[in-house]
Design a protein around this ligand. Structure first.
Ligand code: SF4
Length: 183
């Protein structure tokens, strides 16, 4: 059953307490899951097999699709960043992702037991990721990104009016998106 206005207000208050302002409520049934996203993980991404919260440590594309179908209410949060050096991205993402785990917990404790957060980048908590769920250094903290869950982030966020473009250089503004599955 979809959340009511009061529920949304409660989550909005939590988001405000974390000082998140750039976000939108969405209908999770509009999230686009695609096989090509997984192919991009498997071929072309250096983190495949090296990220404890990245494929192949995430569910199959069909299971990802099923996961999103189980939700009626979600929030997309937007984060913009500009890196001086490519190496800076790791620390930037780790800091934001650590705060997002706290947000997920706060929403869960407010009574939304299905709350689940998808990071705005790969996990990034450790300098050297162990590459496996079984040996993950912070298994209670690590979460997959939307891309690792086979979400076509470009098409999905555009659907909800966010701007996103392919970057051609590292010093360009980067738009990243986290998904908070609420109920
Ligand atoms: S917490 Fe560390 S080991 Fe676990 S997925 Fe994240 S970076 Fe990898």
């Amino acid at each position: 059953m979809r959340l009511n206005v009061k529920d949304h207000q409660r989550v909005d208050e939590i988001l405000a307490s974390f000082r998140y302002t750039s976000y939108k409520w969405i209908d999770p049934q509009q999230i686009i899951v695609a096989q090509w996203v997984r192919m991009k993980c498997m071929f072309g991404c250096g983190e495949y097999g090296h990220g404890g919260a990245c494929p192949p440590n995430t569910p199959s594309v069909a299971e990802c699709e099923r996961f999103f179908k189980e939700y009626t209410d979600a929030v997309i949060l937007h984060f913009a960043g500009r890196m001086n050096k490519p190496e800076d991205r790791h620390a930037w993402s780790a800091k934001i992702n650590a705060k997002l785990v706290k947000l997920e917990r706060a929403v869960f404790l407010a009574g939304f037991e299905r709350a689940f957060l998808l990071f705005m980048d790969s996990c990034c908590f450790c300098k050297e990721c162990t590459g496996k769920r079984e040996t993950c250094d912070q298994p209670r903290m690590a979460r997959p990104s939307p891309e690792a869950m086979a979400v076509d982030v470009y098409a999905t966020v555009r659907r909800f009016g966010f701007q996103i473009n392919v970057r051609t250089d590292y010093d360009q503004k980067m738009d990243r998106f986290a998904f908070l599955m609420v109920s």
